[in-house]
Every structure is written in structure tokens, then in C-alpha cells.
Design a protein around this ligand. Structure first.
Ligand code: PEP
Ligand code: MN
Length: 337
């Protein structure tokens, strides 16, 4: 980090600022020019609060030379992270495909879909038990019963399960019940929740916030990792832009950016990303072509009667077709499935 000081700052003020920074375990290297004085900060500057620095009258400008995320940063972990979750691997040469309904609706529904996606080659079963709905009057999920039904579907198919956690009160239950805990887009910056998840060793699927920048997303991963849990999987699920044709705008360039900046695996969710069933297969293909480590896809046996997100759910037959298509693309980009 570099701090440019205002012209003519008295030495006493520079000393005061320097003492504050040194007090945080960081060394300060002053460069005194004829017009400007610059302070070079050396050490773990992630602990320095830039807004605190800016509150000093003598600070003209702050420049970051390194990203604020450390544990998630590829600079400090050049190899790709590979995460194991209930027998599935995410981030290795093989692609991870998480598929299943938006919400768990009944025993029959979840087991039917689970068997179908397993047969098509999915590696993880998804299913929401606690649903973050915009309307409080919309179906909120089967909650604990939904978790029980997911466990039964896992038992029947052998597929590990991923489901969204919304409240810190349910962490213990989720750690016990699911193989991957999903943090939804709306909770990406629920820092208390992230901090609590950092105390577990459970794989966490961290979805990108509705309007989160890549840096904010990686800082949320950092919250989990700072607590000691490095099992973080990122999920690009589209961001809100001025475009209203699609539910969200799938930011496939974010996959490239994240892969460059971080060692964490990243999967793409073309279902919430587009909100349109017919766009899911081509966007799934594009995601694999661009280098995503896998997908999260909503699959429903009867999309027209789905209790949530039927408009963006594909059928098991469509999913089987998507798997065949991404197999070919995976081979072209040096991945297995
Ligand atoms: C989901 O995956 O069920 C979900 C609600 O997604 P998001 O948090 O990305 O909206
Ligand atoms: Mn959904």
C-alpha cells in the first residue's frame, strides 16, 4: 500500500500517522521528494483500515498494490484448490455438476429428480429446504423436513447434497446433515454467518451477491477462510444490471477473473443467472468452455408445477442432453466429466 501525503504536511503529522501504522505491525518507508512525500507500507496491510487512514488530514491518496484478500489469493497459493465433499471433488480436472430442484417439494419429487440427475452424470444433488423468497407469502421451503428428504435421496443415490443455509441458528444442523452448505446470493455479505461458517470445516458454496463486485465476493470468501475454513467453492449466479430481459446477467468473465485472482474453484449457475429455461443449456456450455469448474443447474421433473423457479428449471431429459454436450466441451478444454 502506498500513501501519498498532502503537500506541505508538517513532519509532526507525518510522525503521528507513521506511529499509528507502525503500531499495527507494519513498517513504513518514507520517500521524500521536493514536492511530495510518499509512505510505502510494507507488511500485512490487510489489517489496515483504509478509511481510518483517509481520516488523517495529511492523507491525499491511498493506492493498493496488492489485493485485500490474502487466504483466497492465488499469489499465496499458486495451485488450484481441490475440495472434497461427500465423495465429490470440486476444482480438480473433473467437472462438478450440481443438479436438482430449486426446492425440495416431496419425497417422490426429490428422489425422482435425484435418480434422474445421477443417471445423467451429476456429481452433487442440489435442493433448497429453506428458501430465500422475495415475498413472505411465497413457498418458503419444507425446512427441516426438506433436509430429511434430501438425506433420504442421498441415501438412495449416493449423491452428496448441497442446500442453502439462511440462519446462523441452523449451522450445527446443516453441518450434520449436508455435504456442502450453500450461502445464497442474498447472504453473501452476512458477515456474521460467514464468520460462523469459518469455524467449521464444511465445504461452503458461496454464491455471488446480487450486485457484488468480484473483490467483494472474494472478500466474503476471505471471511470464511480467515476463520480457518479453506473449503470454499465460488458460484457465479448472475448479477443485477440495467438489463431486464434476463433475470440476471451471467458474468462469465468473472470466472476468468476469479481464476486469475484466486485458487478457489468456481462453478456457474445458468438457471438463476438467466431465469429462462431455454437459455440454460447454451449458457452451461459456455461456462464450461470458459473454464468453470462445474455447474449448478435447476432440474425439475414437472417444471410447470414447480413450487419455485419452474420457469428456469429444465427437465431430466434436457439435463441428460446438457451433460452430453458439456462432455464434448470438457474434452476440448482439457477437463473430465
Ligand atoms: C438457489 O440456488 O436456490 C438460490 C436461491 O440462488 P441465489 O442465492 O443465487 O439466488
Ligand atoms: Mn431457484
Amino acid at each position: 500500500m502506498i500513501i501519498v501525503l498532502r503537500q506541505g504536511t508538517p513532519q509532526a503529522e507525518i510522525d503521528h500517522l507513521t506511529d499509528m501504522i507502525v503500531g499495527q505491525g507494519i513498517s513504513v518507508n518514507p520517500i521524500v521528494g521536493s514536492d511530495l512525500t510518499i509512505l510505502g507500507l510494507i507488511g500485512d496491510t490487510s489489517r489496515v483500515d483504509p478509511t481510518q487512514l483517509e481520516s488523517f488530514q495529511c492523507v491525499e491518496r491511498i493506492m493498493h498494490v496488492a489485493e485485500p484478500f490474502k487466504k483466497a489469493n492465488r499469489m499465496f497459493h499458486p495451485g488450484n484448490s481441490v475440495i472434497e465433499a461427500g465423495g465429490a471433488t470440486i476444482g480438480g480436472k473433473g467437472l462438478a455438476v450440481m443438479a436438482g430442484p430449486c426446492s425440495v417439494e416431496s419425497r417422490e419429487q426429490i428422489t425422482t429428480v435425484a435418480k434422474a440427475v445421477k443417471a445423467a452424470g451429476a456429481t452433487v444433488l442440489r435442493g433448497g429446504a429453506f428458501k430465500p423468497r422475495t415475498s413472505p407469502y411465497a413457498f418458503q421451503g419444507l425446512k427441516y423436513e426438506g433436509l430429511e428428504l434430501l438425506k433420504a435421496a442421498r441415501e438412495e443415490t449416493g449423491l452428496p447434497i448441497v442446500s442453502e443455509l439462511m440462519s446462523p441458528y441452523d449451522i450445527e444442523r446443516f453441518v450434520e446433515d449436508v455435504d456442502i452448505i450453500q450461502v445464497g446470493a442474498r447472504n453473501m455479505q452476512n458477515f456474521d454467518l460467514l464468520r460462523q461458517l469459518g469455524k467449521t470445516q464444511k465445504p461452503i458454496l458461496l454464491k455471488r451477491g446480487l450486485s457484488a463486485t468480484i473483490e467483494e465476493w472474494l472478500m466474503s470468501a476471505e471471511y470464511i477462510m480467515a476463520g480457518g475454513n479453506s473449503n470454499v467453492i465460488l458460484c457465479e449466479r448472475g448479477i443485477r444490471t440495467f438489463e431486464t430481459y434476463t433475470r440476471n446477467t451471467v458474468d462469465l468473465s468473472a470466472v476468468l477473473a476469479v481464476k486469475k485472482l484466486s485458487h478457489l474453484p468456481v462453478v456457474v449457475d445458468p438457471s438463476h443467472g438467466t431465469g429462462k429455461r431455454w437459455m440454460v443449456p447454451p449458457m452451461a456450455r459456455a461456462a464450461i468452455a470458459v473454464g468453470a469448474d462445474g455447474l449448478m443447474v435447476e432440474v425439475h421433473n414437472d417444471p410447470q408445477h414447480a413450487l419455485c423457479d419452474g420457469q428456469q428449471s429444465i427437465t431430466p431429459d434436457d439435463f441428460t442432453q446438457v451433460m452430453a454436450e458439456i462432455r464434448a466441451i470438457a474434452q476440448a478444454v482439457g477437463r473430465d466429466i
